[in-house]
Design a protein around this ligand. Structure first.
Ligand SMILES: [Mn+2]
Length: 372
């Protein structure tokens, strides 16, 4: 078991204060400074005390928090149109500008080396070199790739704080793999029955994509083995798929609900069906993974793979509210917000539209986890 001091020491190496996970000198520095002024005060930013205050908050504020915000600003696992690395900074700005009473502690970002995905794809020399560069110690026993760091952190987090919940902001959808896996392993050791509810236009159920088993198109198939049973997975909003629902359900043994079914049957009926299904499996707690492209491109144009014929924000909200009334929500994420990307043929103002909608969904999840 990792001691509390080891845990805090690791965080100081492989995480950064909120908004600093994308390594940059000038780009978006105004946004980062604005966020940090709101979080830590104008003077703290002017006097360059942000890191010191953040480090102190890890031992003082973190233990008091119920819900913890965590950013993984990596889009190395994407592949069509990148840009989700800016999701954590932009969405945090939206959240902090719209609410002062968000009941959550922001623990910061993964320190992302933008060319890396997972340490298993690296050789020893590269790992040593990255440790030397970012941790100033080539022999330190710490991961260097975003997915590996996130898994190490989330595993320790659940061990240190079994009653706390993480709200993760991505990142391309590959970043949900380490979070969901660590969550499922932790809940299993706690003896809790949990389900994964996954909102997305895409199934993300490839077993590999061009030889790579961990990426935005594969992460869901990769976490299924960590579920107690595949029927603890429910996918909602699917529409951009080479195969029909029956193909996927038969292949993996889970439940899939397409966007057209939600739109024709209504969100209330769908929500009640999901609750009945999960109750019949004695599920107690839920992790919600929310890919913003589950929404129609008219609401979420600032994303790597925008899709039409999708849900409005209303339907996921009704479904999540109903889930919240029936189960504890003890883990969640929102991913694939790419603020500098704009879908073609979209008249909406972007990224404001996508961020506003994502902010409302995130606020719901954060507040729901705070009382779950
Ligand atoms: Mn996805």
């Amino acid at each position: 078991m990792t001691s509390r001091n080891e845990f805090l020491s690791k965080i100081k190496h492989y995480l950064t204060p909120p908004g600093e996970g994308v390594y940059t000198v000038h780009t978006a520095s105004e946004k980062r400074l604005n966020l940090q002024k709101k979080l830590y005060g104008i003077e703290a930013v002017a006097e360059k005390r942000v890191r010191a205050i953040w480090e102190e908050s890890l031992s003082k504020t973190l233990p008091q928090a119920k819900t913890v915000i965590f950013g993984i600003p990596s889009d190395t696992g994407g592949g069509i149109q990148r840009g989700a690395n800016w999701g954590p900074l932009y969405l945090r700005e939206t959240l902090i500008n719209s609410r002062d009473d968000l009941n959550a502690y922001d623990i910061g970002d993964v320190r992302v080396i933008p060319q890396l995905l997972h340490d298993k794809y690296l050789n020893i020399e590269t790992i040593k070199n990255c440790r030397k560069s970012v941790y100033k110690d080539e022999f330190i026993n710490l991961p260097v790739s975003p997915l590996s760091i996130a898994y190490d952190f989330a595993t320790d987090f659940h061990e240190q704080f079994p009653a706390k919940s993480l709200f993760m902001i991505g990142g391309d959808h590959s970043v949900s793999y380490p979070m969901v896996r660590a969550y499922l392993e932790a809940k299993k050791s706690q003896g809790k029955k949990v389900a994964l509810v996954h909102f997305d236009a895409h199934t993300d159920l490839l077993e590999e994509r061009m030889g790579i088993d961990l990426c935005f198109g594969t992460w869901t198939s990769q976490v299924i083995p960590f579920l107690e049973t595949p029927s603890h997975l429910v996918q909602i909003g699917i529409r951009a798929s080479g195969y029909e629902r029956e193909h996927w359900e038969k292949k993996f043994g889970h439940k899939q609900i397409w966007a057209k079914e939600v739109l024709s049957l209504g969100a209330e009926k769908i929500a009640n069906d999901i609750v009945a299904h999960l109750k019949s499996l004695a599920v107690e707690e839920i992790y919600i993974s929310f890919d913003i492209d589950c929404l129609d491109a008219a609401y979420a144009g600032a994303t790597g793979t925008p899709e039409s014929d999708g849900l409005s924000p209303h339907e996921p909200m009704v479904i999540m509210q109903t889930l919240f009334e029936n189960f504890k929500i003890t883990g969640s994420d929102i991913v694939e917000i790419a603020p500098l990307v704009k879908a073609a043929n979209i008249k909406q103002i972007e990224p404001e539209t996508t961020l506003l909608v994502a902010g409302a969904l995130s606020t719901f999840l954060i507040q729901a986890m705070g009382v779950s």
